[in-house]
Design a protein around this ligand. Structure first.
Ligand code: PRP
Length: 207
């Protein structure tokens, strides 16, 4: 029996579709738990996926590059799944550019932002938020934001523009290193089944 951490929201349907195509069925289904003969899925907040793996209660998970880099976990990442590609960007009010001197940056990704500012040699004040980051420059809480953009709609709606691309975000299959040793056969067979059904699926590039 393998235990999977599946992120709720944008990716949930895509992942569940691949699992069903790979032949996995569930006898019991609720909004947070899907229980089958071969696999059990925990449906969790995307940021919590690595936590379930690191604590050893899930063997395999699905996780964005954004969460992996923010959490700095040591999980095995055998491949990524075909899903929309988004980007982590530095953005700010249209036409204003990057301010000189100390910069105030609002973000849901303080670790990613800190490392980015260090790499640029910038002096920054990082303001950690849980959501609606685009509001921060409008409300005067920050000069800039570091956030995810996929279609670019949210930035446009809020009169913000991309000033720099930090990294591309894909959805990785992640494996707990202990499960990879102790349940090797089961994990590899699961990954092979998943890869097989993903073969014919194409990337929907959204840019
Ligand atoms: C992300 C991000 C933006 C939005 C960008 O939030 O923080 O708000 O998506 O997407 P777009 O370029 O297609 O408009 P998400 O919807 O993941 O929700 P969250 O704020 O609850 O994390």
């Amino acid at each position: 029996m393998l235990k999977l951490a599946v992120p709720k929201g944008r990716l949930e349907e895509k992942v569940m579709k691949f699992l069903r195509k790979a032949g996995y069925t569930f006898e019991k289904e609720s909004s947070i738990l899907r229980e089958g003969k071969d696999i059990t899925c925990f449906l969790v907040r995307p940021f919590d996926v690595p936590t379930y793996l690191v604590h050893g209660v899930a063997d395999v998970g699905f996780c964005g590059t954004d969460v992996l880099l923010e959490k700095e976990t040591n999980l095995i990442q055998p491949f990524f799944i075909p899903a929309n590609v988004s980007r982590m960007v530095l953005a700010g009010p249209r036409g204003k550019g990057i301010p000189k001197g100390e910069k105030k940056i609002a973000t849901k990704f303080p670790n990613v932002t800190r490392r980015y500012c260090e790499s640029k040699g910038w002096h920054c004040k990082i303001i950690a938020l849980k959501g609606s980051v685009e509001l921060a420059p409008i409300a005067g809480l920050s000069d800039l934001i570091v956030d995810i953009t996929e279609t670019g709609r949210t930035l446009r709606e809020n009169n913000l523009e991309v000033l720099d691309e930090i990294f591309v975000i894909r959805t990785h299959v992640v494996v707990n290193p202990v499960s990879y040793r102790t349940k090797r056969k089961e994990v590899i067979s699961f990954l092979e089944r998943l890869q097989e059904v993903m073969k014919n699926d194409t990337y929907e590039k959204s840019q």
